[in-house]
Design a protein around this ligand. Sequence first.
Ligand SMILES: Nc1ncnc2c1ncn2[C@@H]1O[C@H](COP(=O)(O)OP(=O)(O)OP(=O)(O)O)[C@@H](O)[C@H]1O
Length: 282
Amino acid sequence: MTSLSSSPSSPAAADRDRAIIRVNHLTLEFPIFHGGARSLKKTLFRRAKQPLAAVRAARTGGQVVVGEDSSGVVHVRALTDVSFTIHAGERIGLIGHNGAGKSTLLRVLGGIYVPQPGMLTVRGSVETLIDTNSGMNPELTGRENIFLQAQHKALRTAELKKLEKDVESFAALGEFMDLPVRLYSSGMAIRLGFGLATAIAPQILLMDEWFMAGDAKFQEKALQRLAGVVDGSDILVITSHSLGIIAEWCTRVIWLEGGRVQMDGPTTDVLTAYTEAMSNHG
Ligand SMILES: Nc1ncnc2c1ncn2[C@@H]1O[C@H](COP(=O)(O)OP(=O)(O)OP(=O)(O)O)[C@@H](O)[C@H]1O
């Protein structure tokens, strides 16, 4: 069950309405409808007959399972029984191997995937920096997309003008601002998407590491702008393979392994354990 709600801004209700994310026993599976699923199912059954010691869990990816319903559809279980609470003021880093479930978890928190079973409560305004074009219409120009966002946020004319000026100057796309977004390179789409998503600080900012893409000058500008947004937000959740970024930005780290929470705690403790595990197992 998912509940998403926005906070009223009454100062009297400030404490009660501060952002919070609560995740309880969350599991998420993707069904596989690919032609290869049949032979994959045979392999899984063959493996199930082998002694347990011979079936070592893969280090990358979620768990591949045969569905328990009568259809026998093969699923990838990306998240298994994940639970945690994030309070206002916390900056969370999600780390783990390729396929550990970081991006999937971020999408669940952003309301893009609905977990079943499990319960998710997200209180506060949410902004996601997950896909380069998230929330953008590729058929519209960059400028029209700014107007679209302003409409969603019910901005007044003066606020819209401010937003347009701010994003235009940050993205520095020149005449491309008045061309359809589908013509942009991925770096150009990042400039616009990042500029838009960070123009107004949300209570909860969910961010995948793609923002690190782009040329060096843009990265520098993006980090500077992000610092301001993070300061204005209640909660930051960021996934990254760069432990330097996690160490610099996060107060707490959740380490995922094969879709499960391996460790959850203060940044230094989790990064130390993770780095040790890396050097032991590669
Ligand atoms: N749309 C999808 N359909 C099927 N399986 C998916 C889908 N998205 C993710 N998965 C699977 O879910 C598991 C977790 O993937 P996810 O992208 O969340 O991992 P990640 O930790 O973000 O990985 P990386 O660091 O490589 O980006 C993987 O096994 C992946 O194959």
